[in-house]
Design a protein around this ligand. Sequence first.
Ligand SMILES: N[C@@H](CCC(=O)N[C@@H](CS)C(=O)NCC(=O)O)C(=O)O
Length: 220
Amino acid sequence: MADQPHFELFAFWRTSATYRVRVAMNLKGLIAHERIVNLEAGEQRGEAFLKINPLGAIPALVEDGFPPITQSLAILEFLDETAPSPPLLPPDPHGRARVRSIAAMLAADTHPLITPRVRRYLTAQGFDDAAWRAWQTQWFSTGLLAVEQRLASESATGVYCHGDAVTTADVLLMSIVVMTRIFKIDVPGVPTIDRIVARCEAQEAFIKADPMRQDGAPQG
Ligand SMILES: N[C@@H](CCC(=O)N[C@@H](CS)C(=O)NCC(=O)O)C(=O)O
């Protein structure tokens, strides 16, 4: 796209929060030059990156001439305001509140518990691989089962999490589901989520954002 702003996205192949930005940009036909922050090498804690985000977490989106935007939900809202088509939020306040609420269940109450910084802390407290795996299973399941309960029971659920168009809630849902796959964590008993995921993952914007298709992902 010739007349879009020049964006740099601080990213890593496997991250849930970066995946959200990749999907949103794909949906809106935007591109970003990716700057790799290797989480496995601890680059998020290096002096250079801490100037971008003192929390030491990606993504960060930088538009030429502006300060970095951190926090994937803030980035999604920024993209939605500056490139409104297709919208990621419904037109009505009640619908927007519902989508933001479902998104926050995953972005605020699920994902932070399974980040590398939490793993590092728990490992230092004596967690071994099995304990970490049980921890991941616990928090992925808690978040996804709660979202399933809402999606299965609320009339606003449609083909997607909210009605029949992709919203931020679907982007967040997929960002958690792709992580369960990478970590091989099974969360059974989520038929509504399974149906929505099948719909999303048939779309180019989600396919292109698949972590396994990003630079640096393991091959084969
Ligand atoms: N709430 C933040 C979460 C950012 C975050 O935790 N990113 C992870 C990757 S998905 C990260 O960079 N973690 C580095 C670490 O935990 O050391 C957002 O939505 O952007």
